[in-house]
Design a protein around this ligand. Structure first.
Ligand code: SF4
Length: 254
C-alpha cells in the first residue's frame, strides 16, 4: 500500500540539518573566486554577498529540500567510490585531509578530498544532466579552478587530479589533470582571490553588505542560493536596509 508517511523521519532529519547553521571562522577554498575579464570565476559559494550573510550569522531564507539534500549525498557517494578505488590500488596517501593557514592576515581552512602518493591532490566533482556532460567534453570547468588553486598554493603542490562523475543514471564520467601553471595561464591567480576575501573581510568588519555579484534574474548562482528570496518585498536577497532591520529585530529579542 502506498504510504508517504514512511518519509517523515527523512523529512525530520533534513529539517534538523537546517538548525546546524555554522558561522564561518575562516575562508574556505570552495568560496574562492576572482575576476577575469570582468567576469567572476568561482564555484557555487563565490558571491561575496552570500558569504557576507554567512559570516554575519544570517540564517538562510531557503530551507534545505529533499532534492538538494539527496543530490549532495549522491555527490559524497561519487567521491567515496572514486577514492575507494584509488585506495584499494595502493595509490592514495590520504583522504579528507584538513588544513589551516593564514595568508595576508586571512585565516584559510579546508579539507582536500584526497592526496596521491605522488603528491597530487584529488578534487572530486559531480553533477547531472546533459549540460553537465557537454560542458566537460574537452576541458574541466573553469569555475572549479580558484578552489583548486588555493589548495595547490597553500599546500605547495603542483598538480590536481580532477574526476567528474554524473549523479544521474547515465554513468557519465570525465577526468583531467591540471597544474597550477595552467590555472594561472587562465588569469586565475592567488593574489586576486586573496584580495576578494580581504574586501569581504572589510565589509564584515564595517557591517557593509557587498554588492550583488550575480544577476538575480539571469544567473544560476542566484537560483541555487540559499539566501535568494521571492516574496512580499520583491525578488532578491537581503539589502543593506533589510539586514540592518534583521539585526535590529534580533537585538530586541535578546
Ligand atoms: S541571491 Fe545571488 S546576489 Fe544574492 S547573495 Fe545569493 S548569489 Fe549573491
Amino acid at each position: 500500500m502506498k504510504d508517504e508517511s514512511i518519509w517523515s523521519p527523512v523529512e525530520q532529519y533534513i529539517h534538523k540539518l537546517q538548525d546546524r547553521f555554522i558561522q564561518p571562522t575562516a575562508f574556505y577554498p570552495s568560496s574562492a573566486s576572482c575576476k577575469v575579464d570582468g567576469k567572476i570565476i568561482g564555484g557555487w559559494d563565490s558571491c561575496l554577498r552570500k558569504q557576507y550573510y554567512k559570516w554575519k550569522g544570517v540564517i538562510p531564507t531557503n530551507k534545505i529540500v529533499y532534492r538538494s539534500w539527496l543530490s549532495a549525498r549522491l555527490g559524497d557517494a561519487f567521491e567515496s567510490a572514486f577514492l575507494d578505488a584509488y585506495e584499494s590500488q595502493g595509490l592514495l596517501k590520504g583522504r579528507n585531509i584538513p588544513f589551516y593557514t593564514e595568508l595576508m592576515g586571512l585565516p584559510i581552512a579546508g579539507r582536500i578530498d584526497g592526496l596521491t602518493k605522488k603528491g597530487e591532490i584529488i578534487e572530486c566533482k559531480s553533477g547531472y544532466g546533459t549540460a553537465f556532460s557537454y560542458s566537460l567534453k574537452d576541458k574541466p570547468k573553469i569555475e572549479n579552478f580558484p578552489q583548486i588553486l588555493v589548495y595547490l598554493a597553500v599546500l605547495g603542490l603542483d598538480t590536481c587530479i580532477l574526476p567528474y562523475g554524473s549523479r544521474d543514471n547515465t554513468g557519465f564520467r570525465s577526468g583531467f589533470k591540471i597544474t597550477k601553471q595552467e590555472i594561472e595561464k587562465d588569469g586565475i591567480i592567488l593574489v586576486k582571490i586573496l584580495k576578494r576575501w580581504r574586501a569581504l573581510q572589510m565589509c564584515v568588519e564595517t557591517n557593509i553588505v557587498p554588492e550583488r555579484d550575480f544577476d538575480l534574474f539571469n544567473d544560476w548562482n542566484c537560483s541555487y542560493c540559499e539566501y535568494f528570496r521571492e516574496g512580499e518585498d520583491k525578488r532578491g536577497c537581503y539589502t543593506q536596509a533589510q539586514i540592518d532591520e534583521y539585526f535590529a529585530k534580533k537585538k530586541k529579542k535578546e
